[in-house]
Design a protein around this ligand. Sequence first.
Ligand code: HEM
Length: 487
Amino acid sequence: MSKRVLTTESGAPVADNQNSASAGIGGPLLLQDQHLLEKLARFNRERIPERVVHARGSGAHGHFEVTEDVTDYTCAEFLDTVGKRTEVFVRFSTVADSLGGADAVRDPRGFAVKFYTREGNYDLVGNNTPVFFIKDPIKFPDFIHSQKRDPFTGRQEPDNVWDFWAHSPEATHQVTWLFGDRGIPASYRHMNGYGSHTYQWTNSKGDAFFVKYHFKTNQGIRCLSSEQAAETAGQDPTSHQTDLLQAIERGVHPSWTLYVQLMPADEAADYRFNPFDVTKVWPHKDYPLHRVGRLVLDRNPDNIFAEVEQAAFSPNNFVPGIGPSPDKMLQGRLFAYADAHRYRLGVNHTQLAINAPRNVPGGANNYGRDGFMAANSQGRHAKNYEPNSYDGPVETGRPLSAPLAVSGHTGTHAAPQHTKDDDFFQAGELYRLMSAEEKNRLVANIAGSLSQVSRDDVIEKNLAHFHAADPEYGRRVEEAVRALRED
Ligand code: HEM
């Protein structure tokens, strides 16, 4: 079989790919060597800005299959028939470190799902934790600055990490979660995923429900101890990537069962705590789990850059029947992601194959035009303004989801007050749920990190949070920190 010819980017055959063109043997190189110039210039442009958080990740393709009838709760087309399958792409990630960081670290994991539905791409951009550290988006840049590498030392600094939490009592629940056993999953396959926020579902009659999503792993939960993680991260920094890639290559397809908790919209105002507070879970005895379907991953990306790095998930990519709740954090995220994508990938990132609404008949159909890297036919001869007299696409007049009730005055308000809105009780409940061994590991993990903080007042403020969650929890962390600092 004859070999294919190597070409330049413009398709011209390349004569020599080993020797640059020079002025005579041993002389300086020639500016006319297009192949050399193009090769070096292209190489300089291989990297794009990494995600400002969740930079390190792995992805896979698969499908979601509906297994239960949920049409009483949502009119979302991709959920309307038992047995219906929708293509998905899922990206898992760590949060704090940069692209080159290790997988086996104590950190939340991202769990972002893109459903390629016939009514548009629906992105559910969650984590492996049912709660989050903060509940107002205005704190997010400060929070992330405190957890990522310090601009002076270039390392993650326990001083910064714990100083932020000292000033954020609402983080106590998630901190308890993070330093517990589930804080270091053994792999992406062996962890659950959560939407974390409260979202809104609307059925075909217009009835609204608030909803929380839970993807439960069918592989079983497996975690690493701090010691196992340190060893794994040293031996194979890409351990989660390796595990996911190899499992799918072997034909062992990971799957998750999706459940939802459903709250009729009119129960939200009088619930005993703010149901839109992402630092809290809804107890299952109040709102039990309803099974919805099964997520299966069965195909690795052909190219990690094109599919995983260029994937763009945005919490404001909804489809009819699914919408946002008034959760303030979620509201902030509705802006942040698409803005990040315009910076990281450009305004036409939705034309990339991984992000395009591939299952919408006819694809995206609107009046957006031009911009860097416009690659599709741009509506061909169709008019680029609306309304028009030329049969261009028109609005439906049907809102995607039910309206949210609002009242009061504009202002920088704290969250609405419900009868039991304090920042500590669910952290205490989580602590009390743990076995004796789990409590031992939790206390040791917290103390190992908190004892590295240089300022006593920062340590004291954090200890006060654990005391407020549960007196035994506070006492044990305090004793463990003191013992380590006296060493
Ligand atoms: C990634 C902002 C809270 C889950 C990102 C990115 C930004 C961001 C800018 C990078 C996007 C990109 O370049 O593609 C924020 C802000 C938050 C917030 C402003 C709070 C106001 C959360 C929460 C969760 C979450 C609460 C989970 C429940 C994720 C995930 C990714 C991500 C999974 C990675 C998505 C991917 O794989 O591409 N976030 N985030 N974030 N965030 Fe958030």
